[in-house]
Ligand binder design. Structure first.
Ligand code: PEP
Ligand code: MN
Length: 448
């Protein structure tokens, strides 16, 4: 397949399409200077790596592998430090081991990491105590502090996104290729907090079984590379057109366009207008791409997205990330899946059980109920099983830390507990124990 016939629209042409959720920069010259500089920066990922990921996602589309996509709702510049990145990686690796071992299915590991710095918001402004300022749109756009200076949209931040992504990817590559991801380390990925919980004990018992298998392989002299490293890929929502456009380059090997800001890019629920700028830009690139589909998406919309984003029906190129909410998925997903499948569209189906299940507690915290999250995944499995399609993966907001942002789970966090460690700057994330619990429950669903 080649997209070499496709050209890149100019940034001005994309802006002429009236893109939603964009920053407003007061100084266009400063913005243009940053974009020009970004165009000269080296790629963060290589086109060949994006191709490898597309091949893996093709296996998902064929029903032979499962996607685990996870990370913060919004990464922050302050969060670019070794502990934070390592903690997120190890919860993802632990979940992947649980899924691989307990369900015997290859897992495609995709971080919502190294680029997830921009957020769409339901309102342009935020009012506190009678003061109204621009809403926080992620560190890519402005600061979280509630001051006029912090909330100003600052194009220099796009340069910082580039550097923060580079530093994160560099460490992720070191961790996943340099020994830390060795399966023999799986006990070390665990932590006291989790080890002393029921889910930690389950995890350690899988670890003991894997140790036995590894000892057996040692004894017979088998030591495949796959036990020492893991394939890990980066992904983020392609939201800020200046940034994504500046990092879209022509691959010298093939002449195809790649967005080299991350391996996998997705279009969010709020920017998926069929004739809008985000769909247009991502229709031109050869990276594997995703699109979030919420409850208002019709089956015909889904077919139109497939025609536009993957006109040659290349396996692995397109992922539909459904985020309907636990209360709607069983009603709305069957027709969508049946129609897409019936049309012969090749797609990886992934469930985001977070964004349709957000609510506010009486004490004023935005949260999600762990049981709703699980129920949406269960509904996703039920629907795909009934249509005869493959439930291809989960997309979750999680952190490697022991935060208290989502209620429920094994330790039964209550609304009152949310006051202890509510640290997200945007949406509530599963903490480490809740993430592992989810992995065990999904592994069970895969086996059923
Ligand atoms: C997100 O992934 O953080 C997000 C905003 O999701 P959605 O576009 O599905 O609402
Ligand atoms: Mn979110």
């Amino acid at each position: 397949m080649t997209n070499a016939d496709l050209t890149l629209p100019t940034l001005a042409e994309l802006h002429a399409l009236g893109p939603a959720q964009q920053p407003t920069y007061a100084d266009p010259a400063a913005r243009d200077a940053v974009v020009d500089r970004l165009r000269t920066m080296p790629p963060l990922v290589f086109a060949g790596e994006a191709d490898q990921l597309r091949e893996k996602l093709a296996a998902v589309a064929r029903g032979e592998a499962f996607v685990l996509q996870g990370g913060d709702c919004a990464e922050t510049f302050a969060g670019v430090n070794a502990d934070n990145i390592r903690n997120k990686l190890r919860v993802l690796l632990s979940m992947a081991v649980v899924l691989t071992y307990a369900a015997s299915v290859p897992v495609v590991k995709l971080g919502r990491m190294a680029g997830q710095y921009a957020k769409p918001r339901s309102s342009d402004d935020e009012t506190r105590d009678g003061v109204t300022l621009p809403a926080y749109r992620g560190d890519a756009v402005n600061g979280f502090d509630f001051t006029p200076e912090a909330r100003r949209h600052d194009p220099q931040r796009l340069m910082e996104v580039y550097h923060a992504s580079a530093a994160t990817l560099n460490l992720a590559r070191a961790f996943t290729q340099g020994g830390y991801a060795d399966l023999r380390q799986m006990h070390a990925w665990n932590t006291d907090f989790v080890r002393n919980s029921p889910v930690g004990a389950r995890y350690e018992s899988i670890g003991a079984e894997i140790d036995k298998a590894l000892a057996f392989m040692d004894a017979i002299g088998v030591d495949p590379d796959e036990l020492h490293t893991v394939d890990f890929h980066s992904s983020h929502e392609a939201l800020i057109l200046e940034y994504e456009h500046a990092l879209t380059r022509t691959d010298q090997r093939t002449g195809d366009l790649y967005d080299v800001s991350g391996h996998f890019l997705w279009i969010g629920e709020r920017t998926r207008q069929l004739d809008g700028a985000h769909v247009e830009l991502l229709s031109r690139i050869a990276n594997p791409v995703g699109i979030k589909l919420g409850p208002t998406t019709t089956p015909d919309d889904a077919l139109a997205y497939a025609r536009k984003l993957n006109p040659h029906n290349v396996p692995g190129k397109l992922t539909f990330i459904t985020r309907f909410g636990a209360g709607k998925i069983r009603d709305l997903l069957p027709e969508l899946v049946a129609k897409v499948d019936g049309a012969g569209v090749s797609v990886a189906w992934v469930c985001d059980p977070m964004h349709g299940n957000t609510f506010a507690t009486e004490n004023g915290y935005k949260t999600r109920e762990f049981d709703d999250v699980i129920d949406e995944v269960r509904g996703f499995f039920e629907v795909h099983r009934s249509v005869g399609t493959w439930p291809g993966g989960v997309h979750v907001e999680l952190t490697g830390d022991d935060v208290t942002e989502c209620v429920g789970g094994g330790s039964r966090l209550s609304a009152a507990d949310l006051t202890h460690r509510y640290e997200t700057l945007c949406d509530p994330r599963l903490n480490r124990a809740q993430s592992l619990e989810l992995a065990f429950l999904v592994a069970q669903m895969l086996r059923e």
